[in-house]
Write a protein that binds this ligand. Sequence first.
Ligand SMILES: [Zn+2]
Length: 91
Amino acid sequence: MSTCPRCGKQIQEDDKFCGFCGFNLTIEQSTSSFTQQELKVSDIRLNLGMVYLKQGKYKLALENFKKVLAQDPNHPMAGQMIEQVQTAMEM
Ligand SMILES: [Zn+2]
Protein backbone atom coordinates (compact mmCIF):
# COMPACT_ATOMS: atom_id res chain seq x y z
CA MET A 1 0.00 0.00 0.00
CA SER A 2 1.02 3.58 -0.57
CA THR A 3 -0.75 6.88 -0.07
CA CYS A 4 -2.23 9.34 -2.51
CA PRO A 5 0.04 12.39 -2.79
CA ARG A 6 -2.96 14.70 -2.93
CA CYS A 7 -5.51 13.46 -0.40
CA GLY A 8 -3.22 11.20 1.64
CA LYS A 9 -5.61 8.25 1.62
CA GLN A 10 -4.40 4.69 1.14
CA ILE A 11 -4.25 3.47 -2.45
CA GLN A 12 -3.10 0.38 -4.31
CA GLU A 13 0.44 0.54 -5.76
CA ASP A 14 -0.78 -0.22 -9.27
CA ASP A 15 -3.76 2.14 -9.28
CA LYS A 16 -3.68 4.69 -12.08
CA PHE A 17 -6.11 7.02 -10.36
CA CYS A 18 -6.82 7.67 -6.71
CA GLY A 19 -10.24 6.22 -5.87
CA PHE A 20 -10.92 9.05 -3.42
CA CYS A 21 -9.93 12.28 -5.14
CA GLY A 22 -9.39 11.04 -8.70
CA PHE A 23 -5.79 12.20 -8.78
CA ASN A 24 -3.79 10.84 -11.72
CA LEU A 25 -1.14 8.75 -10.00
CA THR A 26 0.82 8.11 -13.18
CA ILE A 27 1.88 11.77 -13.23
CA GLU A 28 3.70 11.33 -9.96
CA GLN A 29 5.53 8.24 -11.20
CA SER A 30 6.84 9.98 -14.29
CA THR A 31 8.25 13.02 -12.52
CA SER A 32 10.75 13.37 -9.72
CA SER A 33 8.80 16.10 -7.98
CA PHE A 34 5.05 15.81 -7.54
CA THR A 35 4.64 19.31 -6.13
CA GLN A 36 6.28 20.90 -9.18
CA GLN A 37 3.97 19.03 -11.52
CA GLU A 38 0.92 19.89 -9.44
CA LEU A 39 1.88 23.55 -9.33
CA LYS A 40 2.42 23.64 -13.06
CA VAL A 41 -1.05 22.32 -13.86
CA SER A 42 -2.83 24.86 -11.68
CA ASP A 43 -0.51 27.65 -12.82
CA ILE A 44 -1.24 26.91 -16.46
CA ARG A 45 -4.97 27.17 -15.70
CA LEU A 46 -4.41 30.32 -13.69
CA ASN A 47 -2.43 31.91 -16.51
CA LEU A 48 -5.10 30.90 -19.00
CA GLY A 49 -7.71 32.55 -16.80
CA MET A 50 -5.63 35.73 -16.67
CA VAL A 51 -5.38 35.76 -20.47
CA TYR A 52 -9.16 35.45 -20.74
CA LEU A 53 -9.57 38.18 -18.13
CA LYS A 54 -7.36 40.53 -20.16
CA GLN A 55 -9.40 39.73 -23.26
CA GLY A 56 -12.60 40.52 -21.40
CA LYS A 57 -13.78 36.90 -21.58
CA TYR A 58 -14.89 36.92 -17.97
CA LYS A 59 -16.93 33.72 -18.02
CA LEU A 60 -14.02 31.71 -19.39
CA ALA A 61 -11.66 33.35 -16.94
CA LEU A 62 -13.97 32.51 -14.06
CA GLU A 63 -14.26 28.89 -15.21
CA ASN A 64 -10.50 28.48 -15.20
CA PHE A 65 -10.01 30.12 -11.82
CA LYS A 66 -12.74 27.93 -10.35
CA LYS A 67 -11.03 24.84 -11.73
CA VAL A 68 -7.79 25.92 -10.10
CA LEU A 69 -9.62 26.37 -6.82
CA ALA A 70 -11.37 23.00 -7.16
CA GLN A 71 -8.04 21.31 -7.72
CA ASP A 72 -6.18 23.31 -5.10
CA PRO A 73 -8.57 24.89 -2.53
CA ASN A 74 -5.69 26.67 -0.84
CA HIS A 75 -4.29 28.20 -4.00
CA PRO A 76 -3.06 31.68 -2.97
CA MET A 77 -4.08 33.37 -6.24
CA ALA A 78 -7.25 31.65 -7.43
CA GLY A 79 -9.58 33.16 -4.82
CA GLN A 80 -8.23 36.64 -5.46
CA MET A 81 -8.60 36.24 -9.20
CA ILE A 82 -12.22 35.07 -8.88
CA GLU A 83 -13.00 38.20 -6.88
CA GLN A 84 -11.25 40.30 -9.51
CA VAL A 85 -13.29 38.74 -12.32
CA GLN A 86 -16.53 39.18 -10.40
CA THR A 87 -15.68 42.84 -9.81
CA ALA A 88 -14.86 43.28 -13.50
CA MET A 89 -18.14 41.63 -14.51
CA GLU A 90 -20.12 44.09 -12.41
CA MET A 91 -18.56 47.11 -14.11
ZN1 LIG B 1 -6.42 10.98 -3.52
